[in-house]
Design a binder for this molecule. Structure first.
Ligand code: F0G
Length: 355
């Protein structure tokens, strides 16, 4: 059987590494493409979820981070820095530990999910909570990296995009060609930029016969690309994509325009409904932001904008355990377990069996 060696080794010939590059890996990539039975039925097509929560730190960020940390190590960096709504910091902290490099993370004021913060803490990152939002954090991280000997590992680092483009390679390698549509959430816009790079590289080399339409979805309260101007006070329950000045703005619009795709907004209600759809119907537990792509597909289906018979891949970007409070809150009363005595008949009754 083939043992997965992490995406830098698996896609070595398509990544900027040499034989001497010290690869920093935690076994990321090779994530499953899970059939979504109910979504497929709804759109009368084939919908598959690229479940990025299966990466080592529970989000797609590990794809970019293995590459960025590998290059940081190769270049002799001693400190890496990033701004983050949580997942990037968790990933940076883990990969920096694996590389023997110190990590510093700038997180926005009080808006990061506990699961993500716990990872950065556990991996020993130096965590600074900035009095501001993600965009303020990224501004400062960029300044630090310009003025001091610290390596920036946000997706403005081109090696991050290189690593993340492998998500598209994996989809094509499994399906035999690109899907008709690839949907995903958009925050800082690195991931949509990276997928598009991956798909166009494979198409240029004839590995894929076509490229998909790229469908990106922002949260309505944090939808600068949809509005066509930056948003200074972004707000959404999907804290991972609470971003008003996306760094890879032109990467995202290029992906949209060159692919014949779209970037639209979905409301918090639509995001939470999609989150619930995924957990209660498909069996896939994601964090709220990760459901934005599904929310977008549901909205498009309702508007009659999804042709039947298409293959649609949706990247669900992060694991539900990152931000589990939402599942409890959305369940309301149902989150309270029914108390029972340790007695089979009582339990049988409690679950509605005839006794
Ligand atoms: N989904 C999740 C779970 C994320 O954490 C992010 C970004 C996105 C989607 C959006 O991806 O920025 O490439 O458009 N999280 C960053 C972070 C900002 O700091 O963890 P994007």
């Amino acid at each position: 059987a083939h043992v997965w060696r992490g995406l830098v080794e698996e896609y070595r010939d398509r990544l900027p590494v040499t034989e001497d590059t010290p690869v920093v890996t935690l076994g990321e990539g090779g994530t499953p493409l899970v059939p979504a039975r109910h979504l497929s039925e709804l759109v009368r097509g084939r919908v598959l979820l690229k479940v990025e929560g299966c990466n080592p730190t529970g989000s797609f960020k590990d794809r970019g981070m293995t590459m960025a940390m590998t290059k940081a190590k190769e270049n002799g960096a001693e400190v890496v820095i990033c701004a983050s709504t949580g997942n990037t910091s968790a990933s940076a902290a883990a990969y920096a530990t694996a590389a023997g490099i110190r990590s510093v993370v700038l997180v926005p004021d009080g808006k990061i999910a506990m699961g993500k913060l716990s990872q950065a803490v556990a991996h020993g990152a130096t965590i600074l909570q900035v009095d501001g939002n993600f965009d303020d954090c990224l501004n400062q991280a960029r300044k630090l990296a310009e003025a001091y000997p610290v390596e920036l590992v946000n997706s403005v680092n081109p090696f991050r995009i290189e690593g993340q483009k492998t998500g598209a390679f994996e989809v094509v390698d499994v399906l035999g060609d690109a899907p008709d549509i690839h949907a995903l959430p958009v925050g800082n816009a690195g991931n949509i930029t990276a997928y598009w790079k991956g798909y166009t590289e494979y198409a240029a080399d004839g590995v894929a016969k076509k490229t998909p339409k790229m469908w990106g979805f922002q949260a309505a309260g944090a939808a600068p690309i949809v509005k066509g101007h930056p948003v200074d006070e972004p707000e959404t329950v999907a804290t991972a994509i609470r971003i008003g000045h996306p760094a890879s703005w032109t990467g995202a619009t290029t992906a949209r325009d060159d692919s014949g795709g779209r970037i639209d907004a979905v409301s918090d209600e639509q995001i939470l409904a999609a989150h619930r759809w995924l957990s209660s119907r498909e069996g896939v537990f994601v964090e709220p932001a990760s459901a934005a792509g599904v929310a977008g597909l549901l909205a498009a289906a309702e508007a009659g904008e999804v042709e039947a018979g298409q293959t649609i891949v949706i990247t669900v970007t992060g694991h539900g355990l990152k931000d589990p409070q939402w599942a409890i809150d959305l369940a309301g009363e149902a989150a309270q377990p029914t108390r029972v005595q340790p007695d089979a008949v009582t339990i049988a009754r409690a679950i509605g069996l005839d006794v």
